[in-house]
Design a protein around this ligand. Sequence first.
Ligand SMILES: C[S@@+](CC[C@H](N)C(=O)[O-])C[C@H]1O[C@@H](n2cnc3c(N)ncnc32)[C@H](O)[C@@H]1O
Length: 272
Amino acid sequence: MSRREIQALDYVITLIYERSRIRMDRSKEALIRSRLGKRMRALGILSLPDYCSLLDSAEGAVEIGRAIDALTTNFTHFLREREHFDFMVTEALPRLLAPNQKQFWVWSAACATGEEPYTISFFLEERYPLADGWNWNIQATDISTRALEKASQGIYAGERLAALPKAWGSKYFQRGNGNWADKYRIKRHLQERITFKQLNLLEDQNNDRVFEVIFCRNVMIYFDRQTQERLVNRLSRVLVPGGFLFTGRAESLNGLTMPLRYLKPSIYQNPE
Ligand SMILES: C[S@@+](CC[C@H](N)C(=O)[O-])C[C@H]1O[C@@H](n2cnc3c(N)ncnc32)[C@H](O)[C@@H]1O
């Protein structure tokens, strides 16, 4: 690799860290090249240094957003780390909700392409059916506009539903016709319970509501400890007293200074 190529790679690594606190290094060169390659081809740019010159120019702001979209990984699937959804409806909410409380909020804080908030909605609908007067809502946020666009469409290929109980296919999805025969759309009454919006977890949030449960899973793994600590403290401030935080199974908050109490791996509770 030429010196110019190395400098370009380092430029991208620094940019992604500054914007999203995702730590990449030179060992991720292939991933960076393949993800940015799509953007470069779309723009007719042949080399990484030339692409970085664009990012660095006065006209680069929009392209920086696209580069970050391309680089942040949106991997997710329905029913991922199922124990959190089970715990939410069998332990967290039954313990938390006051006897007459029919309304509550859940936040999916890095919702990627929507599988996580929709899985939350399926579990809530099973245990707290809207038809019985329950009034739950889900806020679903992500930094990636591309992922959010897919999430708010709520349309998935049939194979993506394989992880879900079979009966949920027709209960919670509408199957497409003709060219869309292998596509499934989330039913409207569930989709209406979810508000999708762009939000960078590293920026101060003007959240005017509090949540009974927050899912912040498989995103903190990219952040350094200091950033994790700041984020977790911010999340705890928008959790109701006694509210629950789920992190990804691979994400331990061990050693962070925070008010949340450890319950079991990847499950934390705000003090009552
Ligand atoms: C691996 S996905 C996790 C999706 C889902 N929570 C799950 O566990 O399946 C990580 C998501 O975090 C998002 N993300 C990365 N940095 C972020 C930030 N600073 N603020 C908000 N979302 C971020 C990415 O765009 C991506 O959609």
